[in-house]
Design a protein around this ligand. Structure first.
Ligand code: 3SL
Length: 243
């Protein structure tokens, strides 16, 4: 199994159509997706482009949809929710389709939407997604972080390292880490795995969120490990559903 990790969407070679892709945005898009699906949302449909989101969402019954999105960490005007995972409780999301756009996470999803299999991963559902990948007996996995506006983010690399560590310790076949980004993420995980929330708060995006206001509940939620069994899976381009 060959595993590569890319920090941001622009780093992925454009002709790349991986057998399986895993998109990560720990703070907070993929944690929000995992939480919403785990709490009974029908699907999360993701958009890099806000006009496309509005057009598609307007064709959906108002009582069955929620608009979820942020730019720069702040809720978008006219949207029902920002990007806080803890706001998307069972009562709020039950059987709803979420139309979502975020600063970086949805751009990464867009980049690899033609992968044969596409999953989203956060720390809470790391084991669920990792076990799914192992069961598929894949030859190739591309892991893609989201970063911040084209630059590296510590917390996405931490989660990539957590996934790689799990795959290395649980795979029956040979695991080959293809690039230095994958190797470095593993080292990062080994360094921070005992203090995940501190890592998230220390990261530049963690500091950005803290400066915007009290995000204690989000930090707590995003730094849980292996407590959600959901496997967010792309079922149609841009549509993520629980499996
Ligand atoms: O960048 C993103 O896609 C978001 O997850 C950022 S935020 O945590 O909602 O600010």
């Amino acid at each position: 199994m060959h595993i590569s990790y890319f920090h941001v969407a622009d780093d992925v070679p454009s002709d790349n159509e991986p057998e399986a892709a895993v998109v990560i945005d720990v703070l907070r898009a993929t944690t929000t997706i995992a939480t919403a699906l785990s709490n009974g949302a029908e699907a999360v449909q993701t958009f890099a482009d806000l006009d496309q989101l509005s057009t598609t969402a307007s064709n959906w019954k108002a009582e069955n949809r929620l608009l979820v999105g942020e730019r720069g960490g702040r809720k978008l005007q006219g949207f029902d929710f920002g990007n806080s995972p803890v706001a998307l409780t069972k009562d709020v999301v039950h059987e709803k389709r979420l139309f979502m756009s975020t600063t970086n996470g949805t751009r990464s999803l867009d980049k690899v939407r033609s992968a044969k299999s596409l999953f989203t991963l956060s720390l809470p559902n790391r084991k669920a997604v990792a076990d799914k990948l192992l069961s598929m007996k894949l030859t190739e996995i591309l892991i893609l972080g989201s970063g911040w506006e084209g630059s590296y983010s510590l917390e996405d690399s931490l989660a990539a390292g957590s996934l790689i560590a799990y795959l290395l310790s649980s795979s029956n076949s040979l695991v080959n880490l293809v690039n230095d980004e994958a190797l470095a993420s593993l080292a990062l995980w080994e360094y921070w795995k005992g203090s995940i929330e501190r890592c998230l708060r220390t990261s530049s995006h963690g500091k950005r969120l803290s400066a915007l206001g009290d995000h204690d509940d989000d930090f707590h939620c995003c730094s849980q490990l292996d407590n959600l069994a959901v496997i967010p899976t792309q079922t149609k381009p841009g549509v993520i559903q629980a499996a």
